[in-house]
Design a protein. Sequence first.
Lengths: 317, 733
Amino acid sequence: MKFSATECLLELYEEKLELEDYQSGVPRWCNGCGDNAILTAIQRLCRDEGLRPEKTVFVSGIGCSSRFPHYMKTYGFHGIHGRAFPVAEGVKMARPDLTVFVNTGDGDCCSIGAAHWIHAIRYNMNLTVFLHDNQIYGLTKKQASPTSPIGTRSNTTPRGSYLDALNPLTVTLGVANASFVAQAVDWIPESLFEIVKAAYHHKGFSFVRILQRCPEWLPKLHEADMQEPDSVQLLHHENALQLSPGLSKVYKNQLRHDPLDMNRAREIASSTDVVPVGILYQNREIPCYEDTRRSTVLRTSDTVRKGFEAELDKYSV
Amino acid sequence: MEADLQAYVAFYLTGKKQPTQVDGIDGLKLRPALFSGFRDLTRLRYDYPLVLIDDPVDERYVESLSGLIDAILDKLAQGADGERIRKNVLRLEQGIRTLLSTGRSGLFSELWDQAAAPLIKADKLMADSLARARANLKTDGEVIDCTGNLAFRLLGHAWGMTQMQRARRFNADINRLILKLSDIIQADFINSDAGKTAENLRHAFGSGPLDNFNFDAMSRILKKVSARENLPKRRRQRVLDLISTLQSQQFFPTTGSKAGVPGSPPYSFAFDTCSDALKAYRERIPKAIELARAIAMAELEIKGEYSEAKHDALFESFGENGLDTEELAIFPDYLVRINATSLSGPEQSTLTEILSADLPIKIVVQTDDILEKSLIEHGHLTFTLRSKQLARMSMGMGIFVLQAPASSLYRMRQPIQRGLDYAGSALFSIYSGDSPNTAGIAPYLVGAAACESRLFPAFSFNPSAGRDWAARFTLLTNPQVSNDWPVHEVIYQDERIQTVTDPVPFTLIDFVACDARYSKHFARVPRTNWSACLTPVATTLAAEGRGQVETVPYLMMVDGENRLQKVIVDEKLIREARRCRTMWNSLQELGGIHNSHAERLLASEKKLWQESASQAEAVPAKTDAAPASAAVTASPTPAPATGAESEAERSPDEAYIETPRCSSCNECIQLNSKMFAYDGNKQAVIVDASAGTYAQLVEAAENCPVAIIHPGKPRNLNEAGLDELLKRAEVFM
Ligand SMILES: Cc1ncc(C[n+]2csc(CCOP(=O)(O)OP(=O)(O)O)c2C)c(N)n1
Ligand code: SF4
Ligand code: SF4
Ligand SMILES: [Mg+2]
């Protein structure tokens, strides 16, 4: 229900939160870890969008990156390895009024959680997903992950990994109902923030792969890309992100890309010579699972009890 | 002047009939020639009768009988037997129309069955067609024809459906609020020691192997760990009060109120007089404010956002200035249905009061007589047009207004819905077409004629549709809206049995001719006297002023045997018709048709354009581009101020960070948090370069993963190892 005059008055009383108000505890990430940049970008989003802490949830699995919810003074669910998506889907289904974020790692999402990942894309629920892709298992001290570049030396692959890396962008773009796919890098804060913001504003499953540095285990991995601005290719379009003059000055390698062009998106996602940064694909027309399945039945304790019992009765002997 | 012309002119100017030349028309049962085809409406297919749909989807609260039949035929009458089915079902439709004309009423399905019964008996194939069609009859509702009570019934039905929609929304909202508020109380109970008794725990467990648990022990343990605070007393009371206010509201019948809550029956919102409606509205205001306030508070409570410090005072004074339209929008609207004859004295002023305050009251005023005599005895013929003035006056007050004869209501079903949805007052001024003075002509036809004659045009004025007349006002349901009078073809056979097709405008005079009270303004000219000195009414109307009377206007009418008659009319009627046309013309202008301002502007623009075009032709064709380009170069645009490069201004000796590129990695802060700190966006800046050593600055620059720290020059020239540090710092300059 809307109450114009009343609502206006009530809004006067809304408190404005600062960045620190969203900060909880001291991150235990290594110094220089790219997760810090992601945390900052997301806290900025929360502040700028005025997200109410009690209406916001961060759900994660296991890994360095999955410690994320601990550092947000919002609701959080540090779940079990690979299962961030099912938990987040459940939260969203039961409480569509909450803003639900998912923070997951390359091991968490693309290895043990791969099955959930595929189906989460297909469900297209309104979740904002950040894949902290450091291309390694960080928490367990350096084992090759599915996204580790071929030849990565690690505890499990002392002579270098044998398989080509899995590309989270092409995989996501290949699943039915993919509605928002973007890539960001942790070392360009401005573009990281803009992408995080666009992902938040997209209604549907917004998937952002963030190339995240792990200085502890793979310190050299992105060194060359960071030193050479032209190795990053900024995507822009009037229906996607526009580049600020400041950013344009430093990053001259730019590409105009229509986010509705799926074929081109897949080509860009497959680039090996440059690191594309921006929105690869966005389709606002794909329905969200929770909307198509929404029930108008009020959940009184009675209906919940009856539903439960009906379910359990199916299994009673 | 010939003798007969003299007699006609005498009648025209004075209304006196000379018996040998012209006849009175009383008892001749004349009707306008255009009506000749419409003697028996039951044999025609047109948009009436209507079906008031019981359970409408998408605001389709009314359908036309023939429309519903067509929908069935579109589905059914396809194959080899399609033609037969079509014929049979149309036969049934006619049966239903005939039943209605005998005064029968009922549901569509009931009338269908009644009309079908005799047809089925006689014919097997007919029975087959009708059975198949009946199976496709998916909607039902009361069938009503265009009779005296159509407007009240139709608008009452549409209003009822609109309120039902509102009630549904309201119920869903209220039930949600009550549930969520009850959850707060319930959660508090579960958390309390009282909620943790062994008995409650056992109950909460439901069925199953209850004996395997020691609920006493469980209760003891749970009571020990009660970490959560209980609901503060004040909040608890507030929540309970809100629940009781929401449950006891009387504005809508509710589905969710718990049994046992002493509830009063819901209010009624349909009234027969404006004063009753206004009285009820006033009496209920405090209750409405209380409810709106409870809803606003409940929304805050369930979000956990109610703060006594901030909100108590706000809600204390809630509704002191009444409720605004958005707040009123959740409540039912009032409906008043009155006949224009009872709109006098106090009732009239109450109506004006309601409309000028834009209260959420929808008023239907039905007029049965729009040719009421007023000052006729003073030698002037002026119709009072009370209802017409009512509609115009209401438009001036900026409320929703719809004017239409009952015969146009089906075509205006969407504007009607807009009016019912309108947040504020709406006036529906309806002409029924059902008056004893037009006896013998179906009200549908009379209504349509009122509209055709421009005496009672159909229009709607919706202030919520936009800010200008173009968005708010529409005349489009009127026939041939851009003409003064709608023109129709009259086909007849002349004296030599030749078929003649005449375009005949339908004017106010045709309409007046249907009304027995005005017969003295008409006189029949015997066929033998038809001559060139008779001229069609429309020709006279089109000529301005009176001038020399050389011809006398006549109307084409038909008698009971459909024989054509010429009837001359008097000047009073001509004057009245011109007045009616003037009023129609001004309505047209409001509706954007022949708008005089626009036309004048257009004409002057056109003139200017033509003048400049002819001047251009006169000028020699030599084009000289120089002045134009000179003008461009003469005013050079100042070069955009290149945003003063702050970096360029900075002294190379100064230590600084390219803050916007900082990836918040903590490295530098960890190194020296007095020297480095985060800004409001959690990106690093140097807050105090002298809070540490130059060595630390250089180290930070080296450690920064994005290499954005610039150490500048050392401040303390006595620092140890400066030479080496300066060398290391060089790459960051
Ligand atoms: C079911 C299960 N299997 C294995 C592990 C061990 N484990 C913990 S974290 C992790 C990998 C995390 O890698 P990633 O998701 O990339 O996170 P990062 O630490 O790199 O951010 C593994 C395999 C576990 N905790 N649970
Ligand atoms: S191990 Fe790598 S990913 Fe984990 S916190 Fe350290 S730097 Fe970050
Ligand atoms: S070391 Fe660099 S990136 Fe890290 S916080 Fe400091 S300035 Fe920012
Ligand atoms: Mg990882």
